[in-house]
Write a protein that binds this ligand. Structure first.
Ligand SMILES: [Zn+2]
Length: 257
């Protein structure tokens, strides 16, 4: 049994970073809850606990204490950045134990595969939750709440699912979790309107879709910039959405992932 401790940052009286009508504390709770649900629904032999599953304040020392007391195998703290940058970065403690570095490489890369955003790098810092947790620990900073383009992505439910999926994929690879037999629970039918080797072409299509009232985003996968317009758990709904897109002059294909 692999024990994963998820730590959505902030909460309660501490909103974390705020900007563009968003609060860090609620975004990270959404992402962490999705990560928990995906892991428990789709994978065998994994247990998940969270430092908080509601909008409450939990002290930093308490977060690590809970994970240590439980004997977690991995501590994953989830945050949203602020301060004028853009993109994704991850942190481990400055002591950089070999296993912790290895896990950061796996998890960071899995998240970047899901997101078409700037990679700000694999970093280290003396953060309290990383220092005080006795198991390998990572802290992810998922885009910038005070950057309009990042905030627009964070307002998109499908994008938050991709952020969560990246965290899940990283855990699955790092701990070699096995899928539940026959679990369709995590299947997502992605509706894609185009795939390009040129980022500029992908951006042009994204702009056209936005002008038509959709909320597309670009995922870099296998060297291609894929313009995704929607994601559905139900194939019929995905196909119906693809038909609608085609009726408005866009290409649309449904992929199961
Ligand atoms: Zn934070």
């Amino acid at each position: 049994m692999v024990k994963i401790f998820l730590d959505p940052g902030h909460g309660g009286t501490d909103p974390g970073a705020v900007g563009n009508g968003l609060q860090e504390k609620s975004l990270v709770l959404t992402i962490a809850s999705l990560v928990r649900d995906m892991l428990l629904d789709e994978y065998l032999d994994v247990e998940v606990r969270m430092s908080r599953s509601t909008d409450v304040f939990v002290a930093l020392s308490e977060r690590s204490r809970l994970a240590n007391q439980w004997g977690a195998d991995y501590f994953m703290s989830i945050h949203i950045n602020a301060g004028g940058g853009t993109g994704f970065e991850s942190f481990i403690h400055s002591s950089r134990a070999a296993r912790t570095v290895q896990l950061q490489n796996t998890v960071h890369d899995a998240i970047m595969e899901q997101l078409s955003v700037a990679d700000r790098g694999k970093k280290s810092a003396d953060f309290a939750v990383l220092r005080a947790s006795s198991m390998p620990a990572i802290l992810t900073e998922n885009l910038f709440i005070d950057r309009v383009s990042d905030a627009n992505l964070l307002k998109d439910a499908a994008f938050l699912r991709s952020v969560a999926r990246g965290h899940v994929n990283g855990i699955v690879r790092a701990f070699q979790l096995q899928r539940k037999p026959g679990s369709g629970g995590g299947s997502v039918y992605r509706v894609q309107s185009g795939a390009f080797s040129s980022e500029q072409n992908a951006t042009q299509l994204k702009t056209r879709l936005e002008q038509a009232g959709y909320q597309p985003f670009i995922r870099l996968e296998g060297g291609l910039y894929k313009v995704q317009v929607g994601a559905f758990s139900n194939q019929t709904n995905a196909e119906a959405f693809a038909v609608e897109l085609r009726s408005k002059g866009f290409e649309a294909q449904v992929f199961l992932s």
